[in-house]
Design a protein. Structure first.
Lengths: 514, 322
């Protein structure tokens, strides 16, 4: 604790604060620009960090991560093109809100939820890093497999109008995620002899094509209508539409609290990532709501749920890194290099050998949260102007950024082709109303589920009876079964009603789900 | 009409640009190398161990040669993609690859679509070695390979964490020879491996050396290199234990075939400066990576020797390239 206080002493100087602010601003702007994001920011920043002192360097990298997680909400809300895949659920309700003239309200809620989620998660990191990390080790592949299985049931809630279409999209997500060299036998799957596909389809170009480019093309098709709408509504006339009201705060605070906790939990578990966090939080909020059918039409709670969890993942993913030396996310893996470079070896020894540096880091993390609030608040006024810019000016710019973003990760044109392929798929999915959110869930969770399932088979020695040694996983398997049962029942009732109306044949989703 | 003129203009401009770049004098006279910024490919994503060492090497090379060295990450296929990309580059020393030599001395035997041979590239030198070894928890009831085999015989169905085809091969050879009943758990990446090991999920893993950062929780029972490892000099190599399976990999400066020898020599001398560079030492020491400098001739010899040896080991194990 005293180290934390003296840490603030070290961090609260113009130079360090300047670099934190640079990181947060860079992250926020990159996050807000569709196509660019964390990956781009970090690629830009790594060489820079060689020349900075350790705390500034690391604070800057963390600033980028925090900033981009919050910034990605901006483009999700204003343009329906999430800056990062993890903000895809934000767009589901944020964009409808913006279309209703409540862009400022949605942006503010997104920012507040991000900052609160971030702050809560940072506090959890500071207070509980060591004990939590050792608990996280108890979550082995067998437990993780059951948890992932359970999280697939959220597809049910996020499918939009048709569960069948949601499941089909989710299954395609899983299918595309199987591309690449399989980890157990090392046989390349569906690579068509292309070495570029050996490591699988990368999330970045896939998400850019599907979320950003496809959306731009759809909007280009509706350009006139959208532009006309924009000139008519601009910002909502009343103050109500621009600020978050007290009543909305009361509705959203529990949602944000849940989102922060879900995000923190996802961050601690290895290999899940921010997208899983925001999907889970959105799905859980929708399920807990008394009016789940209203989600997707402009519920402010949806924005709060997705953004709070999205940002909470970032600091929490540092918990396994600081406490055990295990990188829980891409940013964490890059941070290891930065830490090592500056003479800090992440892991339990770090707390004993260099407690002061850890204190400095924690102080820098907390400062980054506050700076994020300030910069986000100032930036929003500028970003909100975007909605007045005619689409014919926005679309080319966004397409240009998308190409850069796709190219930067691998420095190869192949990524741009990949992006275009998924643009095509994304376009038709939008036109035929298949949910790209469930596609993303399948894509993100599928590979982890497969890996942990393969690991579990080996660890359980091929015998299901050995599951008795893994009570956590039994709980989640039961939860999964119950949830699938409930969804199936609710759905068959809904279909019966629909049948009564239209005389349609009853689809058999239950079978598809297995 | 205006459209046609404009199109004509653009075409003319493009033709001009192409012509200019085509006729531009090739800036490659070996004696005034390096004439401009150099490009260094790294075949892994930014942020990994090899990338870290690569960036440190780039800094030293840049200080020594007096030109910027830009690091470009070209991940894919364990470096194979970057090596293919390198083959397309002009052999003038302006583009080179910093990578584990396993991309040339191991991958061809594992992947059907790769046929790299040591002769397909030039080498300016090697700088660090990977301390590949078998690692386990500190409190495990065995300290060496013989002890492990004895323990494994009494504990059939134990778990071994495997990161790569090579690590699977090691365990399969040992299990077959000693009659062990092993469950091979696939792992993805170093973080996953540490998780499995620290969380007591598996009894043993093959580690690329990252486990040396956890001296309080983990220990090494066998070095899978031909030399004893600086981070654990008391641990015997697998060859000392009677398995001729030592496979070395080293980070290597790889250049396109046909690069002039003067250029290789300049790079080789610049690389040698890493040995004494304080910043470089800090970085590799913190990651427990030992420095073993090889100049261009030693690197070439090492490449050929390890290629022949790995070929024998992997083909002897009956591994079919996939």
């Amino acid at each position: 604790m005293e180290y934390l206080i003296s840490g603030f002493g070290h961090v609260l100087n113009p130079v360090t604060l300047f670099w934190i602010a640079v990181g947060v601003t860079l992250g926020y702007v990159l996050g807000a620009l569709p196509g660019l994001g964390k990956a781009t920011g970090v690629a830009v920043a790594i060489p820079l960090t060689f020349y900075l002192d350790p705390v500034s360097a690391i604070a800057m990298l963390i600033g980028i991560a925090k900033g981009s997680a919050a910034g990605s909400a901006v483009s999700a809300i204003l343009l329906n093109t999430p800056g990062e895949p993890s903000s895809a659920p934000t767009a589901l309700d944020g964009y409808p809100l913006a279309r209703q003239g409540k862009a400022q309200k949605a942006l503010k809620m997104g920012l507040f939820a991000s900052v609160i989620g971030d702050f809560v998660s940072t506090l959890i990191l500071i207070g509980l890093a060591a004990p939590l990390a050792s608990y996280a080790l108890l979550i082995g592949p067998v437990e993780l497999c059951a948890i992932l299985l359970f999280s697939l049931t959220f597809i049910g809630g996020l499918s939009g109008n048709s569960l069948t279409k949601g499941l089909i999209a989710g299954a395609f997500g899983v299918l595309f995620a199987t591309v690449g060299i399989e980890t157990e036998t090392f046989i390349p799957r569906l690579t068509f002899g292309l070495l570029e596909l050996d490591e699988g389809i990368s999330l970045v170009p896939m998400a850019i094509g599907m979320l950003a480019v496809a959306e731009m093309i759809v909007q280009a098709g509706n350009m006139r209508a959208l532009d006309q709408q924009s000139t008519e509504m601009r910002d909502g006339k009343s103050r109500e539409d621009r600020v978050v009201t007290g009543a909305e705060w009361r509705r959203c605070l529990p949602v944000i609290a849940r989102g922060s906790l879900i995000g923190s939990a996802v961050g601690i578990l290895p290999g899940l990532g921010a997208s899983v966090g925001s999907f889970l939080s959105y799905g859980a909020t929708q399920r807990a709501s008394r009016t789940p059918e209203k989600y997707g039409t402009g519920m402010i709670e949806g924005v709060a749920a997705a953004e709070s969890a999205d940002n909470a993942v970032v600091p929490a993913s540092l918990i396994p890194l600081f406490a055990l030396g295990i990188p829980g996310s891409v940013i964490a893996a890059i941070l290891i290099s930065a830490l090592v470079l500056h003479g800090l070896t992440p892991g339990p020894l770090m707390f004993q050998q260099q407690p002061q540096k850890v204190g400095d880091l924690y102080a820098a993390l907390l400062c980054a949260s506050v700076i994020l609030l300030a910069i986000g608040y100032a930036g929003q006024r500028l970003f909100a102007l975007v909605i007045r810019v005619p689409l014919r000016l926005i679309i080319p710019g966004v397409l240009f950024l998308c190409c850069i973003g796709a190219y930067m990760e691998t420095s190869s044109v192949f990524s741009i082709y990949l992006m275009l392929v998924f643009t095509l798929i994304g376009y038709f999915m939008r036109k035929f109303e298949y949910s790209f959110v469930t596609f993303l869930i399948g894509f993100v969770i599928g590979p982890n589920l497969e890996l942990t399932f393969r690991q579990s088979i080996q660890l359980l020695d091929g015998k299901a009876a050995n599951l008795v040694h893994h009570p956590i996983s039994i709980v989640f398997i039961l939860l999964t079964v119950v949830t699938v049962g409930l969804i199936a029942r609710g759905n068959s009732r809904a279909t019966q009603r629909a049948e009564a109306r239209a005389g349609m044949e009853k689809p058999k989703e239950e079978q598809l789900h297995i | 009409m205006t459209l046609a003129t404009r199109r004509g203009l653009i075409a003319a401009a493009m033709a001009l640009a192409l012509g200019v770049s085509g006729f531009a004098p090739r800036a490659a006279h070996a004696e005034d190398y390096p004439a401009g910024p150099l490009t260094m490919y790294v075949g892994y994503k930014a942020g990994g161990q090899t990338d870290l060492v690569g960036r440190a090497v780039a800094k030293v090379l840049s200080d020594q040669l007096g030109v910027p060295v830009n690091v470009v990450n070209k991940p894919g296929g364990g470096g194979v993609l970057a090596a293919h990309e390198l083959q397309k580059a002009a052999p003038d020393g302006n583009t080179f690859l910093f990578h584990a030599n396993s991309v040339i001395n191991t991958e061809p035997f594992m992947m059907k679509r790769i046929d790299f041979k040591p002769d397909d590239f030039e080498y300016a030198g090697m700088i660090t070695a990977y301390q590949t070894s078998l690692a386990t928890q500190k409190d495990a009831p065995y300290d060496d390979l013989a002890g492990f085999v004895a323990w494994a015989k009494e504990n059939p169905g134990f778990s071994f964490g495997s990161l790569s085809p090579t690590s699977r091969m090691y365990m399969e050879i040992i299990a077959e020879k000693e009659g062990l009943d092993v469950n091979i758990v696939p792992l993805k990446g170093g973080g996953d491996m540490l998780n499995a090991l620290l969380g007591n999920q598996v009894a043993l893993v093959l580690s690329g050396g990252i486990h040396y950062k956890y001296p309080d929780q983990l220990k090494t029972i066998s070095a899978l290199t031909t030399f004893r490892q600086p981070s654990a000099p008391d641990v015997k190599t697998i060859e000392e234990d009677g398995y001729p399976l030592g496979m070395d990999s080293r980070t290597t400066l790889i250049l396109p075939k046909g690069t002039p020898r003067e250029v290789l020599e300049k790079l080789s001398t610049a690389l040698k400066a890493c040995e004494t560079d304080a910043d470089f030492k800090t970085i590799v020491d913190a990651a427990d990576i030992p420095i073993f400098y090889f100049d261009l001739d030693q690197a070439k010899a090492e490449m050929e020797k390890s290629y022949a040896k790995n070929k024998e080991i992997i083909e002897g194990a009956g591994i079919e390239p996939k």
